[in-house]
Design a protein around this ligand. Structure first.
Ligand code: FAD
Ligand code: DHB
Length: 404
């Protein structure tokens, strides 16, 4: 058995775990990052694409903005499409001056891995049988690499292992009476594709059609990203390329004859939709962050941004512990994060409910959704609320209210 020691043991090399490792490094705090998938898998996983302005500002301020600022696509608006018409929600005018940036999660993860490598601090991919223990007192993480069976003793564990990791179930098993999970399933899923086609519109288009939801997005000047609402138990084999294009064309039927450009489909996959919150996000010396602590349906483009907001608060709290001998920020970690988490749950649930057709939903429901869309595209107050939430609420400064 190889015995190791670090200050913070980080489980998961997604955006939450890697960014936390970077923020701790900048504050001179040691960590080890452990990931059960290979580097190639983690980098190749196609997921989020939209970064809030505060996420971009944070990444730039910690030296991670070089490629993001060069290649990220800055958007000052989105479009909502219903009853064959597209309506702009102009963020820059409404907020004012705020925007979002389209930059693939896999590009961000690539940048984070390169930054970690440059620090020389440990990052292990493809670890096996990872388990955590004694997180109430003296936390340990056990795992296997190709060569060794290892155990790392740490002051704290950061559970950044996403929606299917081991940290959330460990908390639920060991502290069943203390921890509460709030959950909601949605009766639909998203079928997403990447297509070799130049984006036919400069902005994202969210569409509600009587055949269901569709979303137009992009990754670069030559790659379009598209999503379709489908059944949660849908089999991707039932969706040959022709059927996908046919359905997208039908759902993006607009009076001005706009439609996405077609091209070779490079990747396709189905993602379930789910809302979940774990309260509290801390148990003893184990802190959950990102998808390990909460899941939002993707309609508001918030999951990755929320993961970034969590680790920002956690890095401040750990820094106060190590550099100022203060534990109060660690004690407030969960409360501080949960305020934002619930604001974002509300927004993501609202966007999802407004834009998707529930199976078995009535004509009344559809008409009500259209009324919601009519309101949000005509009332300045409603548009401003959408713009404020979509571009992102301000990041928590990390200090307690009495200090700010
Ligand atoms: P993850 O990215 O899931 O990372 C967790 C890591 O832990 C993974 O690498 C995993 O392999 C690893 N792991 C799991 N178990 C173990 C274990 N036992 N041991 C070691 N490692 C483990 N969010 C947005 O903000 N904007 C968007 O536009 C957006 N669009 C999305 C579109 C889709 C289709 C989907 C599915 C999601 C989207 N999201 C979006 C959500 C976003 O992708 C997630 O919220 C984000 O990945 C969360 O980051 P994370 O680091 O918390 O978790
Ligand atoms: C993308 C994903 C989202 O969930 C969303 O709301 C907007 C865009 C994307 O992958 O580009």
């Amino acid at each position: 058995m190889k015995r190791l020691r670090t200050q913070v043991g980080i489980v998961g090399a997604g955006p939450a775990g890697l960014l936390l490792g970077h923020l701790l490094h900048l504050r001179g705090i040691d960590s080890i990052v452990l990931e059960d998938r290979s580097r190639e898998y983690v980098i190749g996983r196609v997921r989020a694409g939209v970064l809030e302005q505060s996420t971009v500002d944070l990444l730039v301020s910690v030296g991670l903005g070089q490629r993001l600022q060069r290649e990220g696509m800055r958007h000052g608006a989105i479009q909502l499409c219903f009853l064959r018409r597209r309506h702009r929600i102009d963020f820059e005018e409404l907020t004012p001056g705020r925007f979002i940036t389209v930059y693939g999660q896999n590009e961000l993860v690539t940048d984070l891995i390169a930054a970690r490598r440059a620090t020389g601090r440990p990052l292990h991919f493809s670890v096996r049988d990872l388990h955590i223990a004694d997180f109430d007192s003296a936390p340990r993480i056990g795992f296997q690499t190709e060569e060794d069976e290892c155990e790392v003793a740490c002051d704290f564990i950061a559970g950044c292992d996403g929606g299917h990791g081991v940290c959330r179930p460990s908390i639920l098993t060991d502290h069943a009476g203390v921890v509460r999970v709030y959950e909601r399933e949605y009766p639909f899923a998203w079928l997403g594709i990447l297509a070799q086609a130049s984006p036919s519109c400069e902005e994202l288009v969210y569409a509600l059609h009587d055949r269901g939801f569709a979303l137009f997005s992009m990754r670069s000047p030559s790659i379009t990203r598209l999503y379709l609402q489908c059944a949660p138990d849908e089999n991707i084999k039932n969706w040959p390329d022709d059927r996908i294009w046919h359905e997208l064309t039908a759902r993006f039927d607009t009076a001005d004859a706009w439609s996405p450009n077609r091209g070779a489909i490079l990747q396709k996959g189905i993602s379930a939709m789910h809302s979940l919150v774990v309260e509290p996000m801390r148990c003893g010396r184990l802190f959950l962050a990102g998808d390990a602590a909460h899941i939002v349906p993707p309609t508001g483009a918030k999951g990755l941004n929320l993961a970034v907001a969590d680790v920002w608060v956690l890095a401040h709290a750990l820094s106060a512990y190590y550099h100022e001998e203060r534990e109060d920020l660690l004690e407030h970690y969960s409360d501080r994060c949960l305020r934002r988490v619930w604001a974002v749950q509300r927004f993501s649930w609202w966007m999802t409910s407004m834009l998707h057709l529930a199976p078995g939903g009535s004509d009344f429901d559809y008409r009500r959704q259209l009324a919601d869309l009519d309101y949000v595209t005509t009332s300045r107050a409603a548009m401003t609320s959408l713009a404020e939430n979509y571009t992102g609420l301000p990041l928590d400064s990390g200090s307690l209210p009495s200090e700010s």
